[in-house]
Write a protein that binds this ligand. Structure first.
Ligand code: NAD
Ligand code: UDP
Length: 338
């Protein structure tokens, strides 16, 4: 299939691009590089050994999107493009709503106009909010989001559900990611956050190479086995493979499905840090700090539906995630811009 990846130069999309190409598909990228750079595409091309067609454009630019759809007969679209920093979304809500909603609306209108009706969307476990019971299942009612970023995902899910109800030819897969970490085993592509990272794994990686002094563990008094927060960390390559299967699913079904992509296992902050230290033979100095406002104690996925509908399950271990992250960090101390 010929598949458009919006936000295709980003962290998850670049890994998905590799898996799609290696599964025999033809990925095409559109990105405005607001949070990425063309070097990521060059690295993808290096891994797969052939060029990937790519366009520099804003997905909310209708004229640009029309040109891309005129030049390519897409079978499916994966919509990764969006702003994703939770804290930034609290400080800049209008920018987040404008970018994430506009890109989605313009993309869907362009798809409708060109008769392309298969869409896989990057949603997030954040749409569940702080539910009292784990694991999180797709049919659980959201407890409400805690920040504008989460609400953009929530609203986009509603927009896409509405469109697939209105036009039965649409096939939409809403993928709710848990906590993607890790990197391609080549060490060529990985997560390259701008500035000081907010998320746990990129922060740990920068402490491990001495770029940051020490990790602050946000709270050790949660009602979890060791008191630190528990999350469902998933290797980005497993996640990427889930997208390949979601495109196949969209091609053979109509309607709208919500599907969790997680491992089904929760690991604590200390589990992750200690595994990172052990497998990479490095020190990661840390201190216990107060809880981070807005954080929940624990969540992990019920991945049953992904197995049933997509035939997908995560294969890589926490050890793999820690090893692959460190390899990318060591090979690219200054990220793609180095
Ligand atoms: P990323 O920032 O690396 O990738 C997003 C890409 O979208 C970037 O390349 C960025 O330049 C591009 N982009 C943003 N706005 C654009 C626009 N208007 N036009 C064109 N391109 C635009 O982020 P990621 O971690 O790879 O996440 C991909 C998607 O998955 C996002 O929608 C994100 O919200 C979602 N998601 C991520 C996580 C996570 O923890 N990384 C978890 C759940 C969901
Ligand atoms: N965390 C931490 N120190 C950090 C960043 C994160 O202790 O510098 C903890 C955080 O409190 C949570 C877990 O690590 O329990 C995962 O946080 P992240 O921001 O990566 O993901 P999210 O909270 O969005 O699931």
């Amino acid at each position: 299939m010929k598949i458009l990846l919006t936000g295709g130069a980003g962290y998850i999309a670049s890994h998905t691009c590799v898996e799609l190409a290696q599964a025999g598909h033809e990925p095409v990228i559109v990105d405005n590089y607001v949070n990425s750079c063309p070097e990521a595409i060059r690295r993808v091309e290096q891994i797969i050994g052939r060029p990937v067609p790519h366009y520099e454009a804003d997905v909310s630019d209708r004229a640009a999107m029309d040109r891309i759809f005129e030049e390519n007969a897409f079978d499916c679209v994966i919509h990764f493009a969006g702003l994703k920093a939770v804290g930034e979304s609290v400080a800049q809500p209008l920018r987040y709503y404008r970018n994430n909603l506009d890109t989605t609306l313009t993309l869907c209108e362009t798809m409708q106009a060109h008769g392309v009706k298969r869409l896989v969307f990057s949603s997030s476990a954040t749409v569940y909010g702080n539910l009292p019971t784990v694991p999180y299942r797709e049919d659980m009612t959201s407890a409400g989001c805690t920040n504008p970023y989460g609400w953009t995902k929530f609203m986009i899910e509603k927009i896409l559900e509405g469109q697939s109800t209105a036009d039965h030819e649409w096939s939409v897969v809403l993928l709710r990611y848990f906590n993607p970490i890790g990197a391609h085993e080549s060490g060529l592509i990985g997560e390259d956050p701008a500035g000081i990272p907010n998320n746990l794994m990129p922060y740990v990686a920068k402490v491990a190479v001495g770029e940051l002094e020490k990790l602050s563990i946000f709270g050790n008094d949660y009602p979890t086995p060791d008191g630190t927060g528990v999350r469902d960390y998933i290797h980005v390559v497993d996640l990427a493979r889930g997208h390949v299967l979601a495109c196949d699913y969209a091609a053979s079904h109509e309607g709208c499905e919500i599907i969790n992509l997680g491992t089904g296992h929760g690991y604590s902050v200390l589990d992750l840090v200690q595994t990172f230290i052990r497998v990479n033979h490095v020190d990661v100095p840390y201190v216990i700090a107060p809880r981070r406002p807005g954080d929940i104690a624990e969540n992990w996925a019920d991945p049953t539906k992904a197995r049933a509908l997509l035939g997908w399950q995560a294969e890589k271990t926490l050890e793999d995630m820690c090893r692959d992250t460190f390899r990318f960090q060591q090979k690219n101390p200054k990220g793609y811009r180095g």
